[in-house]
Design a protein around this ligand. Structure first.
Ligand code: SF4
Length: 467
């Protein structure tokens, strides 16, 4: 399996530079209305999204965009002026989280805005930009932080200001209405984030925390735990972060790409956002695409509802030469390359959820069972060892799958793997067991013929195992 590397898609910002004149907002905190005008990336045609044809929006400022190029590209703007009305604009836009779970962003933000004591002793909220990317096949968030950090920071400040000015809280304590702001990102992204914060007015009010390079370090409660206690492990899911998160304050953890989308929607409006994608999956998303050599790992910005095969072609792959594609990352699903739309909103069987925006293709020469076993071994090792079903169940599953991948012909192994998956799923303090068993269960479906072959003592892939 190839290792991701930092990469950057070509942009055509020159075509769009003329549209980015300075914007103005009406300055009224309770009725925030973005000035509708053309933002970067233009529009995308309706109907079946069978090709990309999406000019960059998030990466429109080009590689390594500093403060000056950011303003040149997107226009002058004061994100701290965004008031509670921003949440209504986000609701109209239909933006969903780009970190994996695809919750509606406005709903998640409203849950945090609506909690805490009101008035003079109102609990000040916390907003955390989550750039942790423990998923080994994901590299789009680090690419975004490297090339468009100011867009992420704009979105963080705008959302913090929107939350800070609700629930009877005043806006006088800081530029974001008293809301505390953090950027949580892996070590490799921190120099760029700190440089960006140093370049802009008020950047020093945002605190930066290093995320460990573990698979579960980006889980929301692990993020809060790390900032509060220095331990990036998930905590009790019955505790709602929106009510009692960091130091007991209402806390919103938001993926960095989601924040960059918030910044664009706040600038250009919900209707502009909806010019790309479909009615049920509006806007664009970044995807980390990797595949067999000589495919180059690449980050693409694609419209909602795009066909998976179109993304693979855009990344330089021939879908006909692939056996399967892992979509959504190690907690995602294996699918066949054809006839799937990439969207969290489509019908099962016709659509596949992008999760954290990971697409990894397998060629016809690679055994899907062995590939899945390698991933399961990794995931079993990433358990935080806090919950029995996860701590013991995932290694047990890995052991069974390794025996199948290695050519053991016991016909009961396949049903044993299925049984263990059902025992483990949904029984941890976080979604790690559930996400892992979902990926394995998709392998049992997609590689069903390969499982039968392995259990009969041969492998359908040249060079695969034989008993
Ligand atoms: S389910 Fe696993 S990864 Fe999640 S908290 Fe429990 S032991 Fe840790």
């Amino acid at each position: 399996m190839s290792q991701p590397r930092d990469s950057y898609p070509q942009t055509s910002q020159d075509n769009y530079q003329d549209s980015y004149q300075g914007r103005q907002h009406n300055g009224h905190q309770d009725a925030y209305t973005p000035v509708p005008r053309q933002g970067p990336g233009g529009s995308y045609r309706d109907g079946i999204q069978d090709s990309i044809r999406q000019e960059p929006r998030l990466l429109a400022a080009g590689p390594d965009a500093g403060w000056a190029r950011h303003l040149d590209t997107f226009g002058q703007w004061e994100p701290q002026a965004a008031g509670p009305g921003l949440l209504e604009v986000l609701a109209e836009s239909g933006l969903t989280g780009r970190g994996g779970a695809a919750f509606e962003t406005w709903r998640k933000a409203t849950a945090t805005a609506g909690t805490g004591r009101k008035g003079l002793f109102a609990a000040r909220p916390v907003v955390i930009a989550n750039g942790a990317e423990g998923e080994p096949l994901s590299f789009k968030d680090r690419t975004l932080l490297a090339h468009a950090p100011h867009l992420v920071i704009d979105g963080l400040i705008a959302l913090a200001a929107a939350l800070g000015q609700t629930g009877g809280r005043t806006s006088s304590q800081t530029s974001a209405g008293g809301t505390s702001m953090y950027v949580y990102a892996p070590a490799a992204s921190l120099p760029r984030v700190k440089q960006a914060l140093g370049e802009r007015p008020g950047g020093k009010k945002i605190r930066v925390v290093q995320a460990p390079e573990t698979f579960i370090s980006g889980e929301s409660s692990a993020v809060v735990n790390m900032i509060e206690n220095g331990t990036a492990l998930p905590t009790d899911q019955r505790r709602r972060l929106s009510e009692s998160g960091l130091n007991g304050r209402p806390t919103l953890v938001v993926n960095v790409e989601t924040l960059a989308q918030v910044a664009l929607i706040a600038r250009y409006g919900a209707q502009w956002f909806r010019q790309a994608g479909t009615a049920t999956d509006p806007g664009t998303r970044l995807v980390s695409v990797s595949g067999p050599a000589p495919t180059r790992d690449v980050v693409l910005e694609v419209p909602g509802g795009v066909q998976l095969s179109a993304v693979l072609k855009e990344a330089g792959m021939d879908p006909g030469s692939l056996s399967a594609v892992l979509v959504g990352g190690y907690h995602g699903r294996w699918v066949r390359p054809a006839d799937h739309a990439l969207t969290p909103a489509g019908a099962p069987g016709r659509a596949v959820r992008p999760g954290a925006g990971v697409i990894h293709a397998l060629d016809l020469q690679t055994c899907g069972i062995q590939a899945t076993a390698r991933i399961l071994n990794y995931l079993a090792g990433q358990s935080a060892r806090q919950c029995g079903p996860c701590m013991f169940g995932l290694p047990a599953m890995a052991s069974v799958l390794n025996r199948i991948a290695g050519g053991e012909t016991n016909p009961r192994l396949s049903s044993e793997l299925d049984r263990l998956g059902r025992l483990v799923s949904g029984r941890g303090a976080c979604r790690h067991p559930e996400g892992t068993t979902g990926m394995v269960s998709s392998a049992l479906e997609v590689f069903a013929a390969d499982f039968r072959a392995h259990l009969s003592g041969y492998c359908t892939v040249p060079g695969g195992v034989a008993a």
